[in-house]
Design a protein. Structure first.
Lengths: 1093, 288
């Protein structure tokens, strides 16, 4: 019997008591170790196992594992080391045998990446996670399980960090800790070696700042940093963890945003951005991240160098200690940032120039044109599809939303100007006024001739079609009839566009010498970008060459040498429209002639011609305009027309944009038709005619429509066209802070059925921390107030009959002030007796008297405009009774007598049943009625507005009575419907009222705001509790009013009002009305004082 | 020129002695010259309507010269008395008043009285500016009576033969406050003055300022464009007078763009946006 068997026999009985499998495990282990250890070592080994089994409850499981893995461990450790290892196993078993099992089991694999010396450290890491409950034990066990793989990707000290994180997470959620631990290997193995440490470091910060984000970070983090240059990832992650340490829970969202922004930036450029961010991070971590967030947007508008200059301004703010200002700056929520951006950027945005260009276009064309973004036209879905090209549909000039062609701002602005001038030119020089068969200034129309020729041809070739053809003589538009003359509508449309644009360009060039330079620059810019002529078919090349000639660059023409005469004929013809006074009729005739030439040129590829394509000689450039005559031969014959390529019209140069004469004429016609201006001779267009026009027109790109359903698509398109024609020409509603003049007094009376129309306006908001405006921060929606019952107004008048009469009288007393006596005049209506006596005395005394003894009464026009701004916030819904209770001690003393109390309560209820309790808003309304009555007596112009809303995007501005509006029953009805809505964002409401007063012409302007408390709204401050921000913004808005020459005045019924009003109003007048019910009496009195000042 | 005094550098003469002795440049736009001559012949008062700077005053000067030449042909021709009306203009400002002189008073004739006496063209410029009670004063002068009551002296003055009353009036700033009473305006025939068309304006500018026809026509083109902007922050289109100023500056060597900036853009409006738009029109028309 071998010693192994002896040992087994010796202990098997004992071990079987713990678990039936133990003896087998022992035997297996012994057999394998026999070759490594001597007898005594084997004995010691068995003893260790047995001791371990005895160690604690269920520690025999560890023994089982010990027996099983020892052979593997023994290969890596000396016997004494093995003994130490087993000791570790033992002390782990003290905490939990399950953990010990996991440890022992994991050891062989783990030793692959771990020294024996670190074994203890490793075990302790696991032990840290174990806190005695079963969840923690399971976690610790999981840790040992994962260790071998983890250690293969992370060094021990980093694993230690990971354990820190997991340990922290366990305080919140074991589930989260588990999932993080389980996912760790996959994450770290996917990260590069260098990234692992910073990734972990940031993870630690995230966990500390906001534990719940850890999972998100582990899930999304690797993906987020994936697109950041590998050399920069460490820097970014380091930055992120510093930031997170600074700002806490905000850190992770900032990291996500910044990482997403960085993704959009080419890797080679990330370095400088990150360097800058790292530099400013010590001053403001948030600013650093905001900078990264804004970087893609800023870069899209600025060059690297410009961006540096832009950033410097933000840094200056930081250096001045205005960290909030810098943050707002880099977040692009500051006017300064936007201004800098606009100043530095070469790019010109349409909104910043549109109203100016509109006036420019009006001046040039003399018509009521509007200027809008091309995007709007595409949205209207009436046949235009390019969002970036300038164009016009006859009443409006459409321009691309921005221009970024050149590197200087001014040049790009000039580009806009050229765009506008060319489009306006189409209106000014009559591109859309084509009339069939009218002679031009330089050419005679052949249209009629062509039409009859065409008819004869068709009849002779196919009599059946002729019938249809003569029917389609009833065309919708003149230009359509013209296009119908040609078989190839695509070709004639392309040629006509070139010719007509040449004519318009030529006019612009002659009439507007000042933009000649820019026109040429753009023409050259376009020529540089034309496609290669040699790659085109011959006919296409011909048309392309015409375009080049039309751009004033005949030198850019490339054409086979042996066919020069054809090209020359074409260019000569084109020159015809460069003559003074050429009209669109000339263009049409020239286009017809060019068509005749082009249609004979087969569209074959260059391979079929063996002659070199040459630039033209001097002679060709310097030719006189001429219409092509009969056959001037002497030229190589055209190649055979087999194997033709598809013909395409050349792309329009950008500055000329889209040209759709057929659609424009159609729209004009539809418009006339709808406005009943048909000239008697023309019958209204039928649906069939329209459909035919649309189907034939090459101005509509068919593939834009839903496939296979052409008819219904065209139908929808037609609806759009008709709808569009129905809207009157001129300016569509604008949505900028400047406008708002479109809506007039509500005396229409018949638009009641329409849904509430809201006009939107944008206003800046003052951020006192940043000492700067947040640009276009608030959106104010102006709408007419709802209408209620007329009875309300009458009831109030009756109820306050006495007061109404009194205030009216008081106000009427103000009228005589409108005459002022001027004294000491040499000539006047009356003699001032005092002056006369004085004069006489002086004269007697012989002192040089002046005969200024007359007086005169000068009439002074009373010229006052006032806007009342009523707080319609939810708090005005509060009953006055309750309010009073807040401030006053409960007056009633029931002396603990419940019966008295119930009596009082019953009385009160009865009282309330008869007359509902009064709310603050009710008093506001009553005051309004009184003020209105008084103001009507005195004749000042006044507006009444209510405001409320929720959040910065939805500030509601209710118009009860506009300044220009007459006082009528609708206004009376609207007063009834003044109801509490939501919050009180005073700033934008004040700014909108300022705008209204500013647009109104009056010598004295007053803004009176009635409110019941401090300004507050969602997001009107850093957090819910902050009041400073709102107060500062309101103050700023009031100051803006003063700057515009408006006298602002605040009335509040909030007794605590003194606190913030003092700060908010500074030197602006305000009053706290102590007794709320005196408001209706007080308001007119106050107004009298204000307006008299 | 009877009471003319001539000393260093300035002329001083009584209002009724002022005559236009040299032909002023005036380019007739339509039949206004014949109309005026007929009205003068028939002693019908004339109202000249039109925006500022289109040549109303120039027209009346021209007519004064022309009538002077055609009718009299000598020194005692038709004098021109111009009164610029303003809102403080009183009846005594027009008719005359007593002035104190030592212990005595002395009567001094007002311009309208003088005109009545000598038979002059009495030109009330911008008559809407005057107060309504003042304008009523001229009523008896404008109908068949041709009488001027001089209330303070208790006299009635019959107008001399050559006398005619002419008023100018700018309907551009028509507000309810500043409009002519119907009883006043229906005593006059009205000659409308509009802006001249491009060719005529070109000629006027060239003639008045001395610039060549090319520049003049560019200026006229500018005017046409700017006038398209009426009702757009611009109370009135640019006047021919301003264009002549611009032309004169150009003639003096100022660059056309700059000249238009000071004489047209800034003179017309204070609205920055409108200024900018007009400036762009200027830079479109004139090369650098």
């Amino acid at each position: 019997m071998s010693s192994v068997e002896a040992l087994h026999d010796q202990y098997s009985q004992e071990l079987r008591g713990f678990g039936s499998s133990l003896p087998d495990d022992l035997l297996q282990g012994l057999k394998e170790l026999e070759e490594i250890y001597d007898q005594s070592q084997l004995e010691q080994w068995v003893k260790i196992g047995v001791d371990l089994a005895h160690h604690s409850l269920r520690s025999w499981e560890a023994t089982s594992e010990f027996f099983r893995v020892s052979p593997a461990v023994a290969k890596k450790l000396t016997f004494s080391e093995l003994k130490q290892w087993s000791e570790i196993g033992t002390y782990l078993a003290t905490d939990a045998s399950l953990m010990s099992v996991a440890f022992i089991k994991a050891t062989p694999d783990t030793l692959n990446s771990l020294n024996f010396d670190d074994l203890d450290v490793w075990a302790k890491q696991g032990q840290r996670l174990c806190r005695g409950n079963w969840k923690s034990i399971a976690l610790a066990a999981l840790y040992f399980q994962q260790s071998s793989s983890l250690l293969s990707v992370l060094p021990l000290e980093l694993v230690d960090r990971l354990v820190d994180i997991i340990d922290q997470l366990t305080e919140r959620s074991y589930e989260l800790a588990n999932s993080v631990l389980e996912s760790s290997y996959a994450i770290f193995s996917n990260l590069t070696l260098e990234d692992r440490e910073p990734f972990l470091l940031f993870a630690k910060s995230v966990t500390r700042a906001s534990w719940a984000d850890t999972r998100l970070y582990f899930e999304r983090g690797p993906k987020l940093i994936e697109n950041i240059a590998s050399s920069e990832r460490t820097i970014f992650l380091d930055l992120a963890s510093k930031v997170t340490m600074d700002v806490g829970r905000q850190g992770f969202p900032l990291f996500v945003d910044a990482a997403q922004s960085l993704e959009e930036i080419p890797q080679e450029d990330q370095k400088s951005l990150l360097k800058f961010a790292t530099d400013i991070a010590p001053n403001s971590a948030i600013a650093a991240m905001e900078y990264l967030k804004s970087a893609p947007f800023v870069r899209s508008r600025l060059t690297t160098e410009q961006m540096e200059r832009w950033s410097v301004v933000g840094v200056e703010l930081l250096n001045m200690g205005n960290a909030e200002g810098a943050e707002a700056y880099f977040r692009l929520e500051s006017s300064r940032a936007e201004e800098m951006l606009a100043t530095l950027s070469a790019r010109v945005e349409l909104p910043s120039v549109s109203s100016m260009l509109r006036m420019y276009a009006k001046a040039l064309s003399g018509e009521q044109v509007a200027v809008l973004s091309s995007e709007d036209l595409v949205d209207r879905n009436i046949g235009w599809i390019s969002e970036a090209a300038p164009t016009t549909e006859g009443t409006t000039i459409y321009l691309p939303p921005f221009v970024n062609t050149f590197e200087e701002q001014n040049s790009n602005f000039q580009v806009y100007k050229v765009f506008t001038t060319h489009q306006t030119g189409r209106l000014e020089f009559g591109s859309f006024n084509y009339e069939f068969n009218i002679n031009g200034e330089h050419t005679e129309s052949t249209a009629k001739l062509r039409e009859s020729n065409r008819l004869t041809n068709t009849i002779s070739s196919d009599p059946e079609i002729s019938d249809v053809d003569s029917q389609s003589q009833e065309v919708s538009t003149e230009i359509q009839r013209y296009f119908n003359l040609f078989d190839d509508r695509l070709l004639i449309s392309g040629i006509f566009t070139i010719v007509e644009d040449t004519r318009v360009g030529s006019y612009v060039n002659r009439e507007y010498g000042g933009i000649r330079k820019w026109l040429q620059r753009l023409q050259n810019w376009e020529v540089e970008r034309r496609p290669e002529v040699r790659a085109m078919g011959l006919r296409q090349a011909f048309v392309e060459n015409l375009l080049r000639a039309s751009l004033g660059r005949p030198d850019a023409i490339r054409w086979p040498q042996d066919r020069y005469v054809t090209m020359q004929k074409g260019i000569k013809a084109l020159q015809m429209v460069n003559l003074d006074d050429a009209t669109v009729q000339d263009s049409a005739e020239v286009a017809s002639a060019l068509y005749d030439i082009a249609v004979l040129i087969p569209n074959v590829s260059q391979e079929f011609t063996d002659v070199e394509w040459e630039p033209p000689d001097e002679e060709m450039i310097q030719i006189a305009p001429d219409m092509p005559g009969g056959g001037e031969g002497g030229e190589a014959p055209m190649p055979a027309s087999s194997d033709e390529l598809d013909f395409e019209n050349p792309d329009q140069p950008e500055f000329r944009g889209e040209f759709k004469p057929e659609l424009v004429q159609l729209m004009m016609k539809l418009k006339d038709q709808q406005q009943g201006q048909t000239d008697g001779t023309a019958s209204p267009l039928t649906k069939e005619q329209l459909m035919e026009l649309l189907q034939n027109s090459v101005e509509i790109t068919i593939n834009e429509w839903a496939e296979g359903d052409l008819a219904s698509s065209l139908g929808m398109f037609l609806d759009n066209l008709e709808k569009d024609a129905a809207t009157p020409a001129g300016e569509p509603k604008e949505q900028s802070g400047e406008s708002g003049d479109e809506r007039g007094g509500g005396d229409g009376g018949d638009d009641e059925e329409l849904p509430v129309e809201i006009d939107w306006f944008y206003y800046d908001e003052w951020d006192f921390r940043a000492s700067d405006y947040r640009p276009r921060w608030c959106r104010v929606g102006e709408r007419l107030g709802d209408e209620g019952e007329l009875d309300y107004y009458q009831d109030i008048l009756q109820k306050h009959h006495g007061l109404v009469m009194e205030t009216r009288r008081q106000f009427e007393l103000m009228r005589p002030e409108s005459f002022r006596k001027i004294k000491r005049l040499e000539d006047g209506h009356e003699i001032d007796l005092d002056e006369a006596i004085e004069f006489y005395v002086d004269k007697k005394a012989g002192v040089g008297p002046l005969a200024r003894i007359y007086t005169r009464r000068n009439k002074i026009e009373r010229d006052v405009a006032v806007a009342f701004l009523l707080d319609m916030s939810a708090s005005t819904d509060e009953e006055i009774e309750k309010q009073r209770q807040k401030y006053q001690e409960e007056e009633e003393d029931f002396q603990d007598d419940p019966s008295k109390y119930f009596q009082w309560l019953a009385q009160r209820r009865a009282r309330q049943a008869i007359e509902p309790p009064k709310r603050i808003i009710d008093l506001e309304k009553e005051s309004t009625v009184l003020v209105v009555e008084a103001l009507e007596a005195i004749g000042d112009s006044y507006g009444i507005y209510g405001f409320s809303g929720y959040g910065r995007d939805n500030v509601e501005f209710h118009v009860i009575k506009d300044l220009e509006e007459d006082f009528n029953d609708r206004v009376r009805k609207r007063i009834d419907k003044i109801d509490p809505v939501r919050s009180t964002r005073m700033g934008p409401a004040i700014r909108h009222a300022i705008q209204k007063l500013d647009d109104h012409d009056a010598k004295v302007k007053i803004l009176i705001m009635v409110s019941d408390g401090r300004p507050q709204d969602h997001g009107y401050g850093r957090d819910r509790t902050e009041k400073e921000y709102a107060v500062h913004d309101t103050k700023q808005a009031l100051n803006e009013a003063k700057r515009k020459g408006i006298t602002p005045f605040l009335i509040t019924v909030d007794k605590e009002g003194h606190d913030y009003l003092k700060q908010m109003c500074d030197d602006i007048g305000y009053e706290v009305v102590d007794n709320i019910e005196s408001l209706p009496r007080r308001l007119p009195t106050l107004y009298r004082h204000l307006a008299a000042e | 020129m009877t009471t003319m005094e001539q000393s260093q550098g300035f002329k001083q003469l009584a209002v009724e002695d002022f005559r236009i002795s040299e032909e002023p440049f005036y380019l007739p736009i339509s039949d206004e010259v014949e109309l005026f001559e007929s009205a003068y012949e028939q002693k019908i008062p004339v109202l000249l309507k039109g925006p500022t700077g289109v040549g109303k005053t120039r027209f009346i000067e021209y007519m004064s010269w022309k009538l002077h030449k055609d009718l009299q042909g000598d020194e005692n021709g038709v004098p021109l008395i111009t009164v610029a009306c303003h809102e403080d203009l009183t009846a005594s400002d027009l008719v005359g008043r007593y002035l104190l002189e030592g212990d005595d008073t002395r009567w001094v004739d007002g311009p309208i009285t003088r005109a009545t006496k000598v038979g002059a063209i009495c030109y009330l410029d911008e008559v809407v500016e005057a107060r309504k009670d003042t304008t009523v004063l001229i009523h008896p002068l404008t109908d068949y009576r041709r009488l001027l009551p001089v209330e303070k002296r208790g006299e009635l003055l019959e107008a001399a033969d050559g006398f005619i009353l002419v008023m100018s009036y700018n309907p551009g700033y028509q507000s309810a406050l500043k409009d002519l009473k119907h009883s006043t305006r229906q005593r006059f025939i009205a000659i409308e003055f509009g802006y001249p068309d491009r060719d005529q304006e070109t000629e006027i500018i060239a003639q008045e300022s001395g610039v060549d026809l090319t520049i003049a026509s560019e200026l006229a083109k500018l005017a046409e464009k700017v006038r398209n902007l009426k009702e757009h922050g611009l109370g009135e289109g640019v006047s021919t007078r301003l264009l002549v100023y611009a032309g004169k500056l150009i003639h003096q060597g100022i660059s056309p763009r700059r000249a238009c900036e000071v004489a047209v853009v800034w003179a017309l409006t204070d609205d920055l946006e409108v200024q900018r738009s007009i400036e762009e029109v200027v830079t479109s028309i004139f090369e650098e």
